[in-house]
Design a protein around this ligand. Structure first.
Ligand SMILES: Nc1ncnc2c1ncn2[C@@H]1O[C@H](COP(=O)(O)OP(=O)(O)OP(=O)(O)O)[C@@H](O)[C@H]1O
Ligand SMILES: [Mg+2]
Length: 405
Protein backbone atom coordinates (compact mmCIF):
# COMPACT_ATOMS: atom_id res chain seq x y z
CA UNK A 1 0.00 0.00 0.00
CA UNK A 2 1.26 3.45 -0.91
CA UNK A 3 1.02 5.96 1.91
CA UNK A 4 -0.33 8.97 0.03
CA UNK A 5 -0.18 11.28 3.03
CA UNK A 6 3.49 10.55 3.51
CA UNK A 7 4.17 11.35 -0.14
CA UNK A 8 2.09 14.46 0.16
CA UNK A 9 4.09 15.58 3.13
CA UNK A 10 7.49 14.82 1.65
CA UNK A 11 6.67 16.31 -1.73
CA UNK A 12 4.70 19.32 -0.57
CA UNK A 13 2.28 18.55 -3.38
CA UNK A 14 -1.14 19.84 -2.45
CA UNK A 15 -4.38 18.39 -3.69
CA UNK A 16 -6.99 15.77 -2.95
CA UNK A 17 -8.49 15.51 -6.42
CA UNK A 18 -8.53 12.07 -7.95
CA UNK A 19 -5.95 13.03 -10.55
CA UNK A 20 -3.53 14.38 -7.98
CA UNK A 21 -3.99 11.26 -5.89
CA UNK A 22 -3.10 9.25 -8.97
CA UNK A 23 0.02 11.34 -9.43
CA UNK A 24 0.97 10.81 -5.78
CA UNK A 25 0.37 7.12 -6.07
CA UNK A 26 2.46 6.84 -9.18
CA UNK A 27 5.25 8.79 -7.50
CA UNK A 28 5.14 6.31 -4.66
CA UNK A 29 5.36 3.39 -7.06
CA UNK A 30 8.14 4.59 -9.28
CA UNK A 31 10.34 6.63 -6.93
CA UNK A 32 12.14 3.67 -5.32
CA UNK A 33 12.78 1.97 -8.66
CA UNK A 34 15.74 3.10 -10.76
CA UNK A 35 13.83 3.95 -13.86
CA UNK A 36 13.77 7.08 -16.00
CA UNK A 37 10.65 9.17 -15.79
CA UNK A 38 9.02 11.67 -18.08
CA UNK A 39 6.86 14.31 -16.46
CA UNK A 40 4.48 16.18 -18.71
CA UNK A 41 2.05 18.97 -18.04
CA UNK A 42 1.38 22.58 -18.89
CA UNK A 43 3.55 25.31 -17.45
CA UNK A 44 3.05 25.78 -13.72
CA UNK A 45 1.36 22.44 -13.06
CA UNK A 46 4.06 21.27 -10.66
CA UNK A 47 6.47 19.23 -12.77
CA UNK A 48 9.48 20.41 -10.82
CA UNK A 49 7.87 19.67 -7.46
CA UNK A 50 7.13 16.16 -8.66
CA UNK A 51 10.67 15.67 -9.98
CA UNK A 52 12.21 16.84 -6.71
CA UNK A 53 9.88 14.59 -4.76
CA UNK A 54 10.76 11.53 -6.82
CA UNK A 55 14.39 12.14 -5.98
CA UNK A 56 13.58 12.67 -2.32
CA UNK A 57 11.52 9.51 -2.18
CA UNK A 58 14.18 7.45 -3.95
CA UNK A 59 17.13 5.53 -2.61
CA UNK A 60 19.31 8.22 -4.14
CA UNK A 61 17.94 10.91 -1.87
CA UNK A 62 21.19 11.35 0.02
CA UNK A 63 23.03 11.97 -3.24
CA UNK A 64 22.76 15.04 -5.40
CA UNK A 65 19.90 16.13 -7.57
CA UNK A 66 21.21 18.12 -10.52
CA UNK A 67 18.63 20.29 -12.23
CA UNK A 68 19.30 21.28 -15.81
CA UNK A 69 17.04 23.63 -17.70
CA UNK A 70 17.67 22.54 -21.27
CA UNK A 71 15.81 25.53 -22.62
CA UNK A 72 18.10 27.98 -20.87
CA UNK A 73 21.42 26.63 -22.11
CA UNK A 74 22.58 27.84 -25.54
CA UNK A 75 22.61 25.00 -28.07
CA UNK A 76 26.33 25.50 -28.71
CA UNK A 77 27.39 24.67 -25.17
CA UNK A 78 24.74 22.24 -23.99
CA UNK A 79 26.85 19.16 -24.71
CA UNK A 80 29.86 20.41 -22.84
CA UNK A 81 27.58 21.39 -19.96
CA UNK A 82 25.92 17.99 -19.84
CA UNK A 83 28.90 15.76 -20.52
CA UNK A 84 31.88 17.94 -19.67
CA UNK A 85 34.88 18.66 -21.88
CA UNK A 86 38.52 17.91 -22.31
CA UNK A 87 41.15 20.62 -22.04
CA UNK A 88 41.66 22.23 -25.44
CA UNK A 89 38.37 20.90 -26.84
CA UNK A 90 37.46 24.44 -27.85
CA UNK A 91 38.73 27.96 -27.30
CA UNK A 92 38.48 28.73 -23.63
CA UNK A 93 38.57 25.09 -22.53
CA UNK A 94 41.62 25.67 -20.35
CA UNK A 95 41.23 22.52 -18.31
CA UNK A 96 39.25 19.27 -18.14
CA UNK A 97 35.80 19.73 -16.74
CA UNK A 98 33.07 17.46 -15.50
CA UNK A 99 29.60 17.83 -16.89
CA UNK A 100 26.29 17.54 -15.08
CA UNK A 101 26.06 13.81 -15.73
CA UNK A 102 29.27 13.23 -13.84
CA UNK A 103 28.25 15.58 -11.07
CA UNK A 104 25.01 13.71 -10.67
CA UNK A 105 26.77 10.35 -10.43
CA UNK A 106 24.85 8.08 -8.04
CA UNK A 107 22.17 10.73 -7.82
CA UNK A 108 19.48 12.09 -10.10
CA UNK A 109 19.56 14.45 -13.03
CA UNK A 110 16.42 16.43 -13.82
CA UNK A 111 16.35 17.51 -17.45
CA UNK A 112 13.73 20.21 -17.49
CA UNK A 113 12.25 21.39 -20.78
CA UNK A 114 13.74 18.44 -22.57
CA UNK A 115 11.80 19.36 -25.69
CA UNK A 116 14.28 22.21 -26.11
CA UNK A 117 17.29 19.92 -26.29
CA UNK A 118 19.03 20.17 -29.67
CA UNK A 119 18.38 17.23 -31.95
CA UNK A 120 22.07 16.23 -32.11
CA UNK A 121 22.38 16.19 -28.34
CA UNK A 122 19.35 13.96 -28.02
CA UNK A 123 21.19 10.97 -29.49
CA UNK A 124 23.89 11.32 -26.82
CA UNK A 125 21.28 11.46 -24.13
CA UNK A 126 19.68 8.31 -25.51
CA UNK A 127 23.03 6.58 -25.24
CA UNK A 128 23.44 7.54 -21.57
CA UNK A 129 19.92 6.37 -20.88
CA UNK A 130 20.53 3.02 -22.50
CA UNK A 131 24.09 2.25 -21.49
CA UNK A 132 25.07 4.84 -18.90
CA UNK A 133 27.94 5.80 -21.19
CA UNK A 134 29.03 9.14 -22.56
CA UNK A 135 32.10 11.05 -23.62
CA UNK A 136 33.30 14.48 -22.63
CA UNK A 137 33.44 16.91 -25.53
CA UNK A 138 36.80 16.59 -27.31
CA UNK A 139 37.62 13.39 -25.48
CA UNK A 140 37.87 9.87 -26.88
CA UNK A 141 37.48 8.15 -23.55
CA UNK A 142 34.14 6.59 -22.77
CA UNK A 143 32.92 7.33 -19.27
CA UNK A 144 30.12 5.93 -17.22
CA UNK A 145 27.77 7.56 -14.84
CA UNK A 146 25.18 5.97 -12.61
CA UNK A 147 22.43 8.54 -12.96
CA UNK A 148 18.72 8.37 -12.78
CA UNK A 149 17.14 10.60 -15.39
CA UNK A 150 13.94 12.51 -14.83
CA UNK A 151 12.84 14.62 -17.76
CA UNK A 152 10.04 17.13 -18.04
CA UNK A 153 8.33 18.92 -20.84
CA UNK A 154 5.35 21.16 -21.35
CA UNK A 155 5.46 20.43 -25.06
CA UNK A 156 3.72 17.46 -26.55
CA UNK A 157 6.78 15.39 -27.35
CA UNK A 158 4.81 13.02 -29.55
CA UNK A 159 3.80 15.91 -31.77
CA UNK A 160 7.33 17.26 -31.64
CA UNK A 161 8.67 13.89 -32.76
CA UNK A 162 6.18 13.82 -35.63
CA UNK A 163 7.37 17.25 -36.66
CA UNK A 164 10.94 16.01 -36.60
CA UNK A 165 11.99 18.21 -33.66
CA UNK A 166 12.36 15.42 -31.19
CA UNK A 167 13.90 12.02 -31.77
CA UNK A 168 11.31 9.26 -31.89
CA UNK A 169 13.67 6.71 -30.30
CA UNK A 170 14.35 9.02 -27.37
CA UNK A 171 10.66 9.78 -27.03
CA UNK A 172 9.76 6.09 -26.84
CA UNK A 173 12.60 5.46 -24.40
CA UNK A 174 11.45 8.28 -22.14
CA UNK A 175 7.75 7.84 -22.21
CA UNK A 176 7.77 4.32 -20.67
CA UNK A 177 7.01 5.88 -17.33
CA UNK A 178 5.11 9.09 -17.82
CA UNK A 179 3.51 11.18 -15.14
CA UNK A 180 1.10 13.58 -16.70
CA UNK A 181 0.04 16.38 -14.40
CA UNK A 182 -3.35 17.74 -15.41
CA UNK A 183 -3.91 21.46 -15.75
CA UNK A 184 -5.46 23.15 -12.74
CA UNK A 185 -8.69 23.86 -14.64
CA UNK A 186 -9.35 20.12 -14.71
CA UNK A 187 -9.01 19.79 -10.95
CA UNK A 188 -10.58 22.93 -9.61
CA UNK A 189 -11.60 21.10 -6.46
CA UNK A 190 -7.95 21.49 -5.41
CA UNK A 191 -8.25 25.28 -5.42
CA UNK A 192 -9.51 25.43 -1.81
CA UNK A 193 -6.53 23.54 -0.44
CA UNK A 194 -4.06 25.40 -2.61
CA UNK A 195 -5.48 28.77 -1.55
CA UNK A 196 -5.32 27.77 2.10
CA UNK A 197 -1.78 26.58 1.93
CA UNK A 198 -0.39 29.43 -0.15
CA UNK A 199 -2.17 32.04 1.96
CA UNK A 200 -0.98 30.64 5.25
CA UNK A 201 2.53 30.18 3.98
CA UNK A 202 2.75 33.66 2.51
CA UNK A 203 1.13 35.50 5.39
CA UNK A 204 3.28 33.68 7.91
CA UNK A 205 6.54 34.30 6.10
CA UNK A 206 5.72 37.95 5.55
CA UNK A 207 4.02 38.62 8.83
CA UNK A 208 0.81 39.65 7.13
CA UNK A 209 -2.55 39.46 8.85
CA UNK A 210 -4.71 36.80 7.22
CA UNK A 211 -8.47 36.62 7.55
CA UNK A 212 -9.24 34.05 4.88
CA UNK A 213 -11.35 34.07 1.74
CA UNK A 214 -15.14 34.12 1.62
CA UNK A 215 -16.76 31.10 0.04
CA UNK A 216 -17.93 33.32 -2.82
CA UNK A 217 -14.36 34.42 -3.42
CA UNK A 218 -13.31 30.77 -3.71
CA UNK A 219 -16.21 30.19 -6.10
CA UNK A 220 -14.92 32.93 -8.37
CA UNK A 221 -11.40 31.51 -8.22
CA UNK A 222 -12.89 28.23 -9.38
CA UNK A 223 -14.52 29.83 -12.37
CA UNK A 224 -11.27 31.10 -13.81
CA UNK A 225 -9.38 28.72 -16.06
CA UNK A 226 -5.85 29.41 -14.73
CA UNK A 227 -3.80 29.13 -17.92
CA UNK A 228 -0.67 29.58 -15.79
CA UNK A 229 -1.91 26.83 -13.50
CA UNK A 230 -0.79 26.52 -9.88
CA UNK A 231 2.02 29.03 -10.37
CA UNK A 232 -0.48 31.63 -11.50
CA UNK A 233 -2.79 30.86 -8.59
CA UNK A 234 0.09 31.10 -6.12
CA UNK A 235 1.23 34.46 -7.49
CA UNK A 236 -2.33 35.70 -7.49
CA UNK A 237 -2.87 34.74 -3.86
CA UNK A 238 0.33 36.44 -2.83
CA UNK A 239 -0.47 39.66 -4.62
CA UNK A 240 -4.05 39.86 -3.39
CA UNK A 241 -2.89 39.33 0.19
CA UNK A 242 -0.58 42.28 -0.18
CA UNK A 243 -3.04 44.52 -2.01
CA UNK A 244 -5.95 43.76 0.31
CA UNK A 245 -3.79 43.62 3.37
CA UNK A 246 -5.63 42.51 6.46
CA UNK A 247 -9.02 42.14 4.77
CA UNK A 248 -11.07 39.03 4.42
CA UNK A 249 -10.84 38.39 0.69
CA UNK A 250 -14.24 38.78 -0.98
CA UNK A 251 -15.42 37.79 -4.44
CA UNK A 252 -15.40 41.45 -5.49
CA UNK A 253 -11.76 41.76 -4.54
CA UNK A 254 -10.93 38.61 -6.46
CA UNK A 255 -12.74 39.88 -9.53
CA UNK A 256 -11.10 43.27 -9.24
CA UNK A 257 -7.60 41.85 -9.10
CA UNK A 258 -8.19 39.05 -11.54
CA UNK A 259 -9.64 41.20 -14.29
CA UNK A 260 -6.47 43.03 -15.34
CA UNK A 261 -4.60 39.76 -15.07
CA UNK A 262 -6.85 38.13 -17.64
CA UNK A 263 -6.53 40.64 -20.45
CA UNK A 264 -7.89 37.96 -22.74
CA UNK A 265 -11.13 36.06 -22.99
CA UNK A 266 -11.59 33.43 -20.33
CA UNK A 267 -14.20 30.82 -21.11
CA UNK A 268 -15.73 30.99 -17.66
CA UNK A 269 -14.85 34.10 -15.78
CA UNK A 270 -16.47 36.74 -17.95
CA UNK A 271 -19.81 35.49 -16.69
CA UNK A 272 -18.87 36.44 -13.21
CA UNK A 273 -16.96 39.52 -14.13
CA UNK A 274 -19.73 40.68 -16.43
CA UNK A 275 -22.26 40.42 -13.70
CA UNK A 276 -20.17 42.34 -11.30
CA UNK A 277 -18.89 44.89 -13.69
CA UNK A 278 -22.49 45.43 -14.62
CA UNK A 279 -23.19 45.96 -11.00
CA UNK A 280 -20.22 48.26 -10.80
CA UNK A 281 -21.51 50.17 -13.81
CA UNK A 282 -24.89 50.53 -12.15
CA UNK A 283 -23.26 51.82 -9.04
CA UNK A 284 -21.31 54.27 -11.11
CA UNK A 285 -24.42 55.46 -12.86
CA UNK A 286 -26.22 55.77 -9.56
CA UNK A 287 -23.34 57.79 -8.27
CA UNK A 288 -23.51 60.06 -11.29
CA UNK A 289 -27.22 60.38 -10.78
CA UNK A 290 -26.61 61.46 -7.24
CA UNK A 291 -24.05 64.01 -8.31
CA UNK A 292 -26.39 65.34 -10.93
CA UNK A 293 -29.15 65.70 -8.43
CA UNK A 294 -26.83 67.46 -6.09
CA UNK A 295 -25.81 69.86 -8.84
CA UNK A 296 -29.42 70.48 -9.71
CA UNK A 297 -30.29 71.08 -6.15
CA UNK A 298 -27.51 73.58 -5.82
CA UNK A 299 -28.56 75.36 -8.97
CA UNK A 300 -32.17 75.44 -7.86
CA UNK A 301 -31.23 76.79 -4.48
CA UNK A 302 -29.20 79.45 -6.17
CA UNK A 303 -32.03 80.35 -8.51
CA UNK A 304 -34.85 80.27 -6.05
CA UNK A 305 -32.86 81.35 -3.08
CA UNK A 306 -34.86 78.79 -1.23
CA UNK A 307 -34.30 75.32 0.08
CA UNK A 308 -35.56 72.50 -2.01
CA UNK A 309 -36.75 69.12 -0.84
CA UNK A 310 -35.47 66.53 -3.22
CA UNK A 311 -35.85 63.68 -0.86
CA UNK A 312 -39.06 62.74 -2.63
CA UNK A 313 -37.97 63.56 -6.11
CA UNK A 314 -37.06 59.97 -6.76
CA UNK A 315 -40.75 59.32 -6.95
CA UNK A 316 -40.75 61.26 -10.18
CA UNK A 317 -38.11 59.06 -11.71
CA UNK A 318 -39.62 57.48 -14.77
CA UNK A 319 -39.98 53.75 -14.24
CA UNK A 320 -37.67 53.13 -17.20
CA UNK A 321 -34.92 54.74 -15.22
CA UNK A 322 -35.10 52.19 -12.47
CA UNK A 323 -31.70 50.63 -12.18
CA UNK A 324 -31.88 46.87 -11.79
CA UNK A 325 -30.31 45.55 -8.65
CA UNK A 326 -30.42 48.91 -6.93
CA UNK A 327 -33.42 49.84 -4.93
CA UNK A 328 -34.21 53.41 -5.64
CA UNK A 329 -36.65 54.15 -2.91
CA UNK A 330 -37.23 57.70 -1.89
CA UNK A 331 -35.90 56.91 1.55
CA UNK A 332 -32.70 55.28 0.51
CA UNK A 333 -32.08 57.93 -2.06
CA UNK A 334 -32.60 60.63 0.48
CA UNK A 335 -30.28 58.94 2.88
CA UNK A 336 -27.60 58.59 0.28
CA UNK A 337 -27.27 62.21 -0.58
CA UNK A 338 -29.06 64.07 2.09
CA UNK A 339 -26.90 63.88 5.11
CA UNK A 340 -28.25 64.72 8.50
CA UNK A 341 -27.14 68.26 8.23
CA UNK A 342 -28.74 68.79 4.83
CA UNK A 343 -31.60 71.16 5.16
CA UNK A 344 -35.04 70.27 3.98
CA UNK A 345 -35.70 71.27 0.40
CA UNK A 346 -39.03 71.96 -1.18
CA UNK A 347 -40.13 69.34 -3.67
CA UNK A 348 -42.16 71.87 -5.61
CA UNK A 349 -38.96 73.33 -6.96
CA UNK A 350 -38.26 70.30 -9.10
CA UNK A 351 -40.13 70.39 -12.34
CA UNK A 352 -40.61 68.10 -15.30
CA UNK A 353 -37.92 69.69 -17.32
CA UNK A 354 -35.24 68.91 -14.79
CA UNK A 355 -36.23 65.30 -14.61
CA UNK A 356 -36.07 65.05 -18.34
CA UNK A 357 -32.68 66.66 -18.32
CA UNK A 358 -31.64 64.18 -15.76
CA UNK A 359 -32.93 61.28 -17.77
CA UNK A 360 -31.31 62.57 -20.93
CA UNK A 361 -28.01 62.96 -19.15
CA UNK A 362 -28.10 59.49 -17.69
CA UNK A 363 -28.90 57.94 -21.03
CA UNK A 364 -26.18 59.96 -22.71
CA UNK A 365 -23.57 58.95 -20.15
CA UNK A 366 -24.62 55.32 -20.16
CA UNK A 367 -24.46 55.14 -23.94
CA UNK A 368 -21.01 56.65 -23.80
CA UNK A 369 -19.94 54.22 -21.11
CA UNK A 370 -20.93 51.29 -23.28
CA UNK A 371 -19.54 52.66 -26.52
CA UNK A 372 -22.98 53.47 -27.78
CA UNK A 373 -24.25 49.94 -27.32
CA UNK A 374 -27.99 50.30 -27.06
CA UNK A 375 -28.47 46.75 -25.97
CA UNK A 376 -26.11 47.15 -23.02
CA UNK A 377 -27.43 50.61 -22.13
CA UNK A 378 -31.03 49.39 -22.15
CA UNK A 379 -30.07 46.40 -20.06
CA UNK A 380 -28.24 48.42 -17.45
CA UNK A 381 -30.92 51.09 -17.25
CA UNK A 382 -33.62 48.46 -17.03
CA UNK A 383 -35.59 49.65 -20.03
CA UNK A 384 -36.56 47.97 -23.24
CA UNK A 385 -34.43 48.67 -26.25
CA UNK A 386 -37.46 50.10 -27.93
CA UNK A 387 -38.09 52.74 -25.26
CA UNK A 388 -34.41 53.56 -25.23
CA UNK A 389 -34.57 53.99 -28.97
CA UNK A 390 -37.51 56.33 -28.58
CA UNK A 391 -35.81 58.35 -25.88
CA UNK A 392 -32.64 58.62 -27.91
CA UNK A 393 -34.71 60.13 -30.68
CA UNK A 394 -36.70 62.34 -28.33
CA UNK A 395 -33.60 63.68 -26.66
CA UNK A 396 -31.65 64.03 -29.86
CA UNK A 397 -28.94 61.70 -28.63
CA UNK A 398 -28.44 60.13 -32.02
CA UNK A 399 -24.76 59.68 -32.67
CA UNK A 400 -23.92 61.70 -35.73
CA UNK A 401 -22.35 59.50 -38.38
CA UNK A 402 -19.13 60.81 -39.71
CA UNK A 403 -19.31 61.02 -43.45
CA UNK A 404 -16.39 59.31 -45.07
CA UNK A 405 -14.75 61.20 -47.80
N1 LIG B 1 0.13 20.67 -6.35
C1 LIG B 1 0.89 21.66 -5.90
N2 LIG B 1 0.98 21.88 -4.59
C2 LIG B 1 1.73 22.89 -4.11
N3 LIG B 1 2.42 23.75 -4.85
C3 LIG B 1 2.39 23.57 -6.17
C4 LIG B 1 1.64 22.50 -6.75
N4 LIG B 1 1.80 22.57 -8.09
C5 LIG B 1 2.61 23.61 -8.32
N5 LIG B 1 2.96 24.22 -7.17
C6 LIG B 1 3.79 25.44 -7.05
O1 LIG B 1 3.57 26.18 -8.24
C7 LIG B 1 4.79 26.70 -8.74
C8 LIG B 1 5.07 26.11 -10.10
O2 LIG B 1 5.38 24.73 -9.97
P1 LIG B 1 6.53 24.04 -10.82
O3 LIG B 1 7.71 24.94 -10.94
O4 LIG B 1 6.77 22.69 -10.26
O5 LIG B 1 5.78 23.97 -12.23
P2 LIG B 1 6.31 23.44 -13.62
O6 LIG B 1 5.31 22.48 -14.11
O7 LIG B 1 7.70 22.98 -13.47
O8 LIG B 1 6.24 24.74 -14.50
P3 LIG B 1 7.12 25.13 -15.81
O9 LIG B 1 6.69 24.20 -16.91
O10 LIG B 1 6.69 26.53 -16.09
O11 LIG B 1 8.54 24.98 -15.43
C9 LIG B 1 5.84 26.37 -7.71
O12 LIG B 1 5.93 27.46 -6.82
C10 LIG B 1 5.27 25.19 -7.00
O13 LIG B 1 5.73 25.14 -5.69
MG1 LIG C 1 9.50 23.74 -14.28
Amino acid sequence: MIDLDRIRKISGLIGYSEVIEQVLEMMGQIAPVDISVLITGESGTGKEIVARAIHKLSRRSSQSLVIVNCGAIPAGIIESELFGYKKGAFTGAGEDRKGYFEEADRGTIFLDEIGEMPYETQVKLLRVLETGEFMRVGDAQTRRSDVRVIAASNKNLFEESNKGNFRKDLYYRLRTVTIDIPALRFRLEDVDDLVDRFSLQFSRTNDLPYRGFTSDAIKVLKQYDWPGNVRELKNFIESILILERGNKISSDMVIKHLTPQIGRPSPNLPVVIDKSSEQAERELILQQLLFLRQDMRDIKSLLTGSEIDVSRSIAYLPSELAIPGIKLSAGSFGESIDGEDTKAIMSSAIGDVSMKDLEREIIRRTLKKFNNSRRKTAEVLGMSERSLYRKINDYGLEKKKKSKK
